[in-house]
Design a protein around this ligand. Sequence first.
Ligand SMILES: [Zn+2]
Length: 244
Amino acid sequence: MDLKIYEEDTSKTHKISYSGKGTLEDLITTMIDEGIDVPDEAIILTNGKQLDFDKTYNFINNQSFTLRNAANLEGFAIQFNDITKAKIKQIKVGRNNNAKPWRYVTRGINLYGNCQNNKCEAYNKEVIDMKKNIKELDLVKEKGFMICPMCKKHCQAKTVGFYKCYYNIFTVKCDEETYQNIKSGEIIPDFDKLNVSNVGKGNCVNSNGKNYVLQKTEGENIFKFDETSGDATFVKLLFQVLSY
Ligand SMILES: [Zn+2]
């Protein structure tokens, strides 16, 4: 009897021989024996349902399975300041010679987070990751991380600020249940079916017909999204700078 294994990481389909009845563990062992690279965090699905470790299955001839690497899924959704609700705080950027070097901002996108590296000069302080000359940043693809400007280690980005630019923010939020399903590997987010929200004022529409928001910062002020409205779960969180 043959089974078809679709490997999501490589988009390859493999055919393996299998005896009929077995557990998920038996199936994985056979896959490895047949030369398929099964990641440690593998999830196997059939007809969109995840196979269970404790059950014995009656596999049928030509049944199709999807091999998904759950390690990839962590990047599908992140928790971040709910900027669809947050107020924009305008903070004047001055030429202060005494300013700490982790507080410098750049034109365009600036991410804010707290450095968690206890060997860093800016440990536990709010640091700013200047995304110099970066016109587009998908924070979900970055798994919600930014780089501390002092120690260059990753830390979690908690909010964003824009300085001296025209910018767009494009967000797709999801609810807790959807988030859990994404994390467990049961679904891959389908942007068209999820809740699309806009931030701020003004509208323009991208090629997919989704709403974007176009904003301009003013003067010497950085537009920082304050964090009083709490976090939300995003499957898409795209920051764009249109011009400086
Ligand atoms: Zn640091």
